[in-house]
Design a protein around this ligand. Structure first.
Ligand SMILES: Nc1ncnc2c1ncn2[C@@H]1O[C@H](COP(=O)(O)OP(=O)(O)O)[C@@H](O)[C@H]1O
Ligand SMILES: O=C(O)C1=C[C@@H](OP(=O)(O)O)[C@@H](O)[C@H](O)C1
Ligand SMILES: [Mg+2]
Length: 205
């Protein structure tokens, strides 16, 4: 999914606290959202890109578009290793574009080659969410093939335990919490990014 950037210098929108200050955001590096499935990488990524006025890409959507198949269909027909190969290629390609927001699938950051590419060309931001919150968002969904098991909650718990030490390698992280809206969560991410002038600054519009 790609939303065209309105401008490289996004003038702050009406819902922004800094509206009226005549400032615009300037993103200096691609922010790569990582973390567990259900953490909100796709939802927050899109909202963040709109807020900052930059392009949004989601590696799962890019893979689905190129294959003309859904992620579960790709897993079922071609297997996970095939999907991981496509994922690595898509991420490497999207990291070459101008600074934007890139949401990855939950397994992408597990591959060392992806972590290296992300660190070289962008900045990884881990969206943290605990097991209960993840499960509350995923329990009704059939779109995550890794959870097509006899006990999907237990599978999710195992994945969280195994993956969290790797997600913790991301240079930035923001915690999600139940009851927080997508807009509020996006504001938390923007506030964090503004503490890093090498990543995001505000400039006169
Ligand atoms: N504060 C929030 N942050 C992120 N997602 C939220 C939030 N509140 C509700 N959601 C919902 O939770 C789900 C998160 O799923 P998604 O964005 O696909 O996660 P991921 O891409 O990490 O698997 C979406 O349906 C989203 O609308
Ligand atoms: O955690 C994973 O390994 C996966 C997460 C999914 O993306 P989201 O994290 O966006 O759900 C998708 O890439 C695929 O189902 C595998
Ligand atoms: Mg996603």
């Amino acid at each position: 999914m790609a939303f065209p950037a309105r401008s490289r210098h996004a003038v702050l929108s009406g819902d922004d606290k800094r509206d009226g200050a005549g400032l615009a955001y300037r993103l200096h590096k691609t922010i790569v959202l990582v973390g567990m499935m259900g953490a909100g990488k796709t939802a927050i990524g899109g909202a963040l890109a709109r807020r900052l006025g930059v392009d949004f890409r989601d590696s799962d959507h890019e893979i689905e578009r190129a294959a003309n198949m859904t992620v579960p269909e790709i897993f079922a027909r071609d297997g996970e290793p095939f999907f991981r190969e496509k994922e690595a290629r898509v991420i490497a390609r999207l990291l070459q574009a101008e600074p934007s927001i890139l949401s990855t699938g939950g397994g992408a950051f597990l591959a060392e080659a992806n972590r290296t590419a992300i660190a070289r060309h962008g900045a990884a931001l881990w969206l943290r969410a605990d097991l209960d919150l993840l499960w509350s968002r995923l329990r009704q969904k059939t779109t995550r093939p890794l959870l097509h098991t006899a006990n999907p909650r237990a599978t999710l718990a195992e994945l969280v335990t195994r993956r969290e030490p790797v997600y913790a390698l991301a240079q930035l992280s923001v915690a999600s919490a139940p009851g927080l809206s997508i807009d509020e969560m996006t504001s938390r991410v923007v506030d964090l990014l503004l503490t890093r002038p090498d990543l995001l600054t505000e400039e006169p519009a």
